[in-house]
Design a protein around this ligand. Structure first.
Ligand code: SF4
Length: 347
């Protein structure tokens, strides 16, 4: 019989397990804290639970943990990129970023991705499988253990489309925000999406007001169709409507990620179109100068004057915009790059 990974359970599911195993009710809080807050990797560490109960738990359940396959630290030591191996020998990437306001873990939600965004290394070999909620959780725990500091913010922006793996993503968010777990508040959690309209609407009704980061990258369907295949299914008008609803229901400002690609979407005209598209939505635009991925299409990064002109045009049209601070200089910072390089033996 396959053992349950305890970090895959919600609090309610752990409560049922405790009832099934005939354990005292007060053990729920103890077990939950060992698994979700203290992040133990062995049952022997659960010192306030009797030995016989721990052995019983070991017979029916497990505490999977990730193995660090590779790690790159930036020159300023503020960014650490991890390549983790999962139980089935597949691999995922996570990143830790130190900011003045705390420490952010950027985690993966799938092994690979099938969304096919043209500038992304994570999609080059399609999707292998979804991560379980526990595997998402373990990325945060393993990073915390490795750096010896608490993670204060989480962004679901590594490989994979979190809203394709909807159930596990929502369970992970509820678990990590629990006050007896890592107690990371919803406003410190960001879910990134390439624009799955039905799931954005569903998320707005979950009563977990996380920040939604929408990868936009173009202000017309014509251009976005070329960069992001998902746009053919959910064109901009539908996506914008879902974003408006999300902002209204959750009272959270939406972040629109806009990758600036030279001569593709970086003209003043593109900026004006973008400002018109976002008019009236509670939002912020995060401009990301492209980090070219050599295994992918021949895209380039615009020069700094063009980047600033784009930003200034948005601001002139009353759209809040910033240029993303570059982190991870000197490491394979773009999503999917470290895995691709390490596992393919490329240099
Ligand atoms: S950008 Fe995100 S959604 Fe698009 S292919 Fe890459 S991982 Fe998938």
């Amino acid at each position: 019989m396959k053992k349950i990974n305890l970090r895959d359970l919600s609090k309610e599911e752990m409560k049922c397990l405790i009832e099934e195993l005939d354990m005292e009710r007060y053990r729920l809080k103890q077990l939950w804290q060992w698994v979700m807050q203290k992040g133990v990797s062995d049952f022997s560490e659960m010192t306030n639970i009797p030995k016989s109960t721990r052995e019983f738990l070991r017979d029916v359940s497990q505490l999977n943990s990730l193995k660090i396959l590779d790690k790159q630290v930036s020159n300023d030591e503020n960014t650490v990129k991890y390549l983790f191996e999962l139980y089935d020998k597949t691999a995922i990437e996570s990143v830790l970023m130190r900011h003045s306001y705390g420490r952010t873990a950027c985690i993966s939600t799938q092994v690979g991705c099938r969304m096919g965004c043209r500038f992304c290394a994570s999609t080059l070999e399609g999707v292998v499988r979804n991560l379980s909620c526990g595997e998402m959780y373990e990325q945060v725990l393993t990073i915390q253990k490795d750096i010896g500091e608490k993670v204060t913010h989480v962004v679901l922006m590594g490989s994979g489309e979190p809203l394709v793996n909807y159930k596990s993503t929502v369970k992970f968010i509820r678990n990590i925000a629990d006050k007896d777990a890592l107690n990371i508040s919803y406003r410190r959690i960001t879910v990134s999406t390439c624009g799955l309209v039905p799931e954005i609407k569903k998320l707005a009704d979950e009563n977990i007001p996380v920040t939604l980061a929408v990868s936009l990258h173009a202000a017309s369907d014509e251009k976005r169709n070329k960069l992001m295949p998902i746009n053919r299914k959910y064109p901009l008008a539908e996506l914008m409507q879902a974003c408006r609803e999300y902002a209204l229901k959750t009272k959270r400002r939406i972040t629109f990620e806009y990758l600036l690609v030279k001569n593709v979407n970086d003209s003043i005209n593109d900026a004006i179109k973008l400002a018109k598209l976002l008019k009236g939505i509670l939002c912020h635009v995060n401009l990301i100068p492209l980090n070219p991925v050599k295994e992918n299409a021949n895209f380039d990064r615009p020069n700094i004057e063009r980047i600033k002109a784009f930003k200034n045009t948005l601001i002139k049209h009353s759209i809040n915009a910033t240029i993303r601070k570059e982190m991870g200089i000197g490491i394979d910072a773009a999503c999917g790059q470290l895995k691709f390089k390490k596992l393919k033996g490329r240099s």
